[in-house]
Design a protein around this ligand. Structure first.
Ligand SMILES: O=c1nc[nH]c2c1ncn2[C@H]1C[C@H](O)[C@@H](COP(=O)(O)OP(=O)(O)OP(=O)(O)O)O1
Ligand SMILES: [Mg+2]
Length: 202
């Protein structure tokens, strides 16, 4: 596969996925480079939204497309914000407002009940009407902190405590995060299974 359009407008995801794919010779072109607007995420699951975003980018570029739909599921909030993570505090999406809202919702939740997981679903379509998209998922369990910690990453990283490392996700560098994260796990699974889908033909 020579070129792949990355069907995301999220700079943090683009940074992480490009860094993970570059070493294996896959050139990732963010959809922003084609001035592709965000598509409305009308699905009720990460899988549906990932496929929808991938098809949209493939359709507008004529290239194979990889999409990432991801979010944070918090135990004490019955899985919220989930697929609505990016728009938790309203639209347009704003990481700071989302984090503030999460802290407020979790204010009365005691330490032993602050479990959560990040979810990532990746969808790779070879063309816009690909009937066999390659889907891979990854999950990362942690806990919701009581105040933001760290400057790295994006989204909810400053509020996500990583038990394996004893720090917030936003305190990990990008290699450390990729080794553990929902996105790193999903991408490794996708790459393991990529041969099933080759060659890329219509
Ligand atoms: O590793 C992560 N570290 C911190 N936060 C994260 C992570 N992974 C997903 N998240 C949060 C960010 C956003 O609030 C939502 C994704 O929403 P999601 O719709 O998939 O992405 P988005 O709208 O930002 O960009 P796009 O749809 O163009 O790919 O979950
Ligand atoms: Mg989105």
């Amino acid at each position: 596969m020579q070129q792949l359009v990355l069907a995301s407008g999220n700079a943090g995801k683009i940074r992480e996925l490009s860094a993970m794919l570059a070493p294996i010779g896959i050139e990732v072109l963010p959809q922003t480079a084609f001035r592709i607007p965000d598509v409305e995420e009308t699905g009720l699951s990460f899988v549906e939204n990932a496929i929808l975003k991938a098809r949209h980018a493939a359709k507008l570029t004529g290239l194979p497309a990889l999409a990432d739909d991801s979010g944070l599921e918090v135990d004490a909030l019955n899985g919220a914000p989930g697929i609505y993570s990016a728009r938790y505090a309203g639209e347009p999406s704003n990481d700071k407002a989302n984090n503030d809202k999460l802290l407020a919702e979790m204010n009365a939740v005691e330490d032993s009940k602050r479990g959560a997981r990040f979810c990532c679903v990746l969808a790779l379509v070879r063309h816009a009407d690909d009937a066999t998209p390659l889907i891979a998922e990854g999950y990362w369990r942690g806990r919701i902190l009581r105040e933001p910690q760290g400057q790295n990453g994006f989204g909810y990283d400053p509020l996500f405590f990583v038990p394996e490392r004893g720090c917030a996700s936003a305190e990990l560098n990008k290699e450390e995060k990729a080794a553990l994260s929902h996105r790193g796990q999903a991408l490794r699974e996708l790459l393991r299974r990529l041969p099933e889908k080759l060659p890329i033909t219509r």
